[in-house]
Design a binder for this molecule. Sequence first.
Ligand SMILES: [Zn+2]
Length: 71
Amino acid sequence: MILGKILENDKKIELKIGIHCTKCGKQVPGGIKTGEKFSKTDEFKIELDEFMKNYLCGICRDKKRTKESKN
Ligand SMILES: [Zn+2]
């Protein structure tokens, strides 16, 4: 999955970060792809932090969506 932006002339890198669904705790397979330069910025750290705090796996996201549409 891609996080943030990959700038022009930047190299795409994959970070091996264990991301877990905030609801069921399931680990997301694969790492995070981002730009090499962007990965060194504070902006990236903030974005990653927010992302990990809010991440839902596909199943939980579907459940949330179904629940929300019923209410
Ligand atoms: Zn989940």
